[in-house]
Write a protein that binds this ligand. Structure first.
Ligand code: ZN
Ligand code: ZN
Ligand code: FE
Length: 760
């Protein structure tokens, strides 16, 4: 190429998720196609490109790169400046400067279509290769030890590339150019099968057929996935599924089921178009969908509820396995309840010995654990119930850089953490409920990972106001060790509202409905039915559910009847309650009734709460739907399942006095109703009605819906439908969890604004 006098040269800087996602080979190929010379390289903030050539070709390059960048990339900023023409001859990919930390770690990606079809091609050298990947797919976060994202710093380091792989890796025209986990049968990880004692009983390709046989035989097997092990069994075998439940100590919470294709999902579930889009999205999350009336799946996969979590095979290994099994499999995180997902076969052997009959593993280490993500359509809203594989770590650009480094440690349930430094904000994958020592260690390990990856040392730590949260204690301990640290506390429900504001980058005043289980309120009671007028810096509690007692404190969470009874005591005399022919009352002996009444009247071990989550529980108990729950949110799911849809139904009544929303009229109306389905429907209609009524009192404010209660699809559908028909502006999180998984993001958003204000 000779530099005509008309040639043009420009320098482009791109930031965002542009490293480790095939950006440079894409740029290389585009430059080749347009006969441009110049170079591309990764720098500290992203990618730098210089191109030179015919002006219209240069323009075409700019246009194409901005409108159709590589599929896994995300461009946050794109700037270019004119340069002096240098008469450069060719286009090259330059080496990144060593020692420069790349800023973004991208999440693991499900196998792409190109790799999936290559793997099924019998003439291909990677035919049936369980670890096939390319620049568009495969592991990232779960194999990274340190940055930059280069093979020597991943758990692929110990596998030396063979000649053929190396050639592909070095060829900018190849779709595996710089695909760090590139490998093949000759040089990559391999499979092995372990017995209960952890001894290798088989190796290589044949293990897939052998493990499939075990599954079909009704056994429980452990299989190493991307971010951890799954416990797997035949999803159509009731005996196998109930045995897995029993052994995993998971009595009722639904189990996720993995399928080989969309068709087999549709054979057992009613999949809507939006469901299908979520299921097929490149992240391949678990999607909660409606079960078909007649289904071949074992009943105990999701007892008593009409929904199931389904997902497609998302790694080459899973595809091979499902082809061999040829029926859906239960694929649930390998752990014992309340502990983190297991990533190491030694832990399968030592901790799950009584559960797992045989293990399928491979010799590439999982460096960072990552669970499966969970999503669901609620009305028209695609919710993120658990943000993990495929979505997290999630990095977002900050419009204005932060001077202070900020760490938000999140809530105690569904914990995740969030950090901000420079121009970046990063959300960790789901960590889990911090209710066991193992879980807390996982929290600390995750912190350590980010500290190490980004050289991140916080100036500010943000935590919940709850003094008993492990995360709050951890934050205050950190402060006692390092006095110059600044600690900020953010009220739990305000953090829920903030999470939604963060996702939509709102900095105006909003009317936020924050309905969830319980969180520590500013007045020391347990909040959870809050209406806040809030902006990123301040909030005012404008309405809340009239507090009721949780008889027995924590016990009331597992036993809805303890909450229901408190509501009865609030509404009727003790004598009246004793006489009642009601499922709540009948489930208790007269001695128990008396004891609970004493607790209620004296406020002994009976904290006050305004939680809507607990209200769901109470209504479920009063209606006779459930008296003891196995997992948080179960009563809501059960009610959604049985709620009868009828235009005739009127919402239960409530009254608003001052700031308090009083539901005692609801309790009275409920006792006259006998049908469980009608009670459930009228209750959900009441919540919707009160949201709409209060929203009407603040016509100028956009409405925010946040908190775990807004995972109730029926409630969300009803409320958002009404708001939409009124032309009302409303926000509910799509990309981040509305449940406590979003708390860290909310905390971070507040701290960012506050530290900015303090600096100004
Ligand atoms: Zn691929
Ligand atoms: Zn190879
Ligand atoms: Fe919450």
């Amino acid at each position: 190429m000779s530099a005509g006098s008309t040639y043009k040269r420009i320098k482009i800087n791109v930031t965002g998720i542009v490293q480790g996602v095939g950006f440079r080979p894409y740029v290389y190929q585009l430059a080749q196609r347009l006969s441009l010379s110049g170079h591309v390289l990764n720098d500290a903030s992203g990618v730098e490109i210089e191109i030179e050539g015919e002006p219209h070709q240069v323009d075409a390059f700019l246009q194409t790169l901005q409108t159709s960048p590589p599929p896994l990339s995300r461009i946050d900023t794109f700037t270019h400046v004119a340069m002096v023409v240098t008469a450069e001859e060719s286009f090259t990919i330059r080496r990144s400067n060593k020692g420069m930390a790349t800023t973004m770690v991208s999440p693991d990606m499900a196998i792409c279509d190109a790799c999936a079809s290559e793997m099924s091609e019998s003439s291909d050298r990677r035919y049936r290769y369980p670890f096939i990947n390319c620049t568009d797919c495969g592991p990232r976060y779960t194999i990274i030890n340190s940055l930059p994202y280069d093979r020597p710093f991943t758990s692929m380091a110990k596998f030396t590339m063979c000649q053929v792989c190396e050639t592909e890796y070095r060829d900018p025209g190849d779709r595996r150019y710089h695909a760090q986990p590139i490998s093949c049968f000759d040089c990559g990880p391999s499979l092995s099968m372990l017995d209960k004692a952890g001894h290798v009983i088989a190796e290589g390709d044949k293990t897939i057929a052998m493990i499939a046989e075990r599954i079909l035989n009704g056994e429980t097997v452990a299989i190493k996935g991307l971010g951890g092990f799954h416990l797997v069994c035949d999803a159509t075998d009731e005996e196998a599924v109930s045995r897995l439940r029993l052994n995993k100590q998971r009595p009722s919470k639904p189990l996720a089921v993995m399928f080989k294709d969309m068709e087999s999902i549709k054979a057992v579930a009613e999949v809507t178009e939006p469901d299908e889009r979520l299921i097929l999205s490149k992240e391949r999350p678990i999607v909660i969908v409606k079960k078909s009336v007649s289904t071949s799946l074992a009943p105990s996969i999701a007892p008593a509820i009409e929904k199931i979590g389904v997902f497609l095979a998302y790694t080459p290994l899973h595809i091979l396995l499902l082809e061999a099994v040829d029926r859906p499999i239960v694929a649930t995180s390998a752990n014992i309840s309340d502990t983190p997902i297991i990533t190491d076969e030694a832990d399968i052997v030592s901790k799950l010995n009584s559960v797992v009959d045989v293990t399928l593993t491979y010799d590439r280490e999982i460096v960072n654990a990552c669970d499966d993500s969970v999503r669901m359509m609620a009305g028209r809203e695609p919710l993120m119930m658990r943000m993990a594989r495929g979505y997290a770590p999630k990095s977002l650009p900050l419009k204005r850089p932060t001077v202070k480094k900020i760490l938000a440690v999140g809530a105690n349930q569904k914990n995740s953490i969030a950090l901000a430094f420079g121009e970046h904000m990063i959300l960790s994958p789901h960590i889990g409920d911090l209710v066991s020592l193992e879980a807390f260690e996982y929290f600390e390990r995750t912190l350590e990972t980010y500290r190490h990856l980004y050289g991140f040392e916080p100036d500010i730590i943000v935590c919940d106001r709850h003094p008993e949260y492990e995360t709050s204690k951890w934050a205050h301990l950190a402060k006692s060790r390092k006095p110059e640290l600044e600690i900020m506390e953010v009220q739990h429900h305000y953090a829920h509202a903030l999470a939604a504001m963060a996702e939509y980058e709102l900095d105006e005043k909003v009317l936020a409905f924050c309905f969830d289980g319980t969180g520590y309120g500013d007045d020391g009671t347990l909040w959870g039915g809050e209406v806040l007028v809030a902006d990123p810096l301040l909030f005012e509690r404008v309405n809340h559910i009239r507090p009721f007692r949780l008889l027995g404190g924590e016990k009331a969470v597992k036993e809805p009847r303890r909450v229901a009874l408190a509501l009865l005591f609030d509404t009727y005399t003790f004598e009246e309650v004793q006489q009642m022919d009601n499922p709540t009352v009948k489930s208790l002996s007269s001695t128990e009734l008396r004891t609970m009444h004493t607790m209620w009247s004296r406020g002994l071990n009976a904290p006050l709460s305004s939680s809507v989550g607990r209200l769901f529980d109470a209504v479920a108990s009063l209606a006779g739907i459930v008296q003891r729950v196995g997992y948080e949110g179960e009563s809501g799911l059960l009610m959604e399942t049985i709620a009868e849809s009828s235009e005739e139904l009127t919402a239960f009544s409530y009254t608003i006095e001052g700031r308090e929303i009083d539901v005692r009229t609801m309790v009275k109306e409920l006792l006259d109703e006998t049908s469980e389905g009608i009670i459930a429907a009228r209750f959900i209609a009441m919540l919707s009605a009160l949201i709409l009524e209060i929203a009407e009192q603040h016509p100028d404010l956009p409405v925010v819906l946040s908190g775990g209660v807004f995972q109730n699809a029926l409630l969300v559908a009803t409320v958002t439908e009404a708001l939409r028909s009124q032309g009302r502006r409303y926000y509910i999180q799509h990309e981040t969890p509305v449940n406590d998984g979003g708390i860290a993001l909310g905390q971070l958003y507040h701290a960012l604004q506050r530290s900015r204000r303090d600096d100004e």
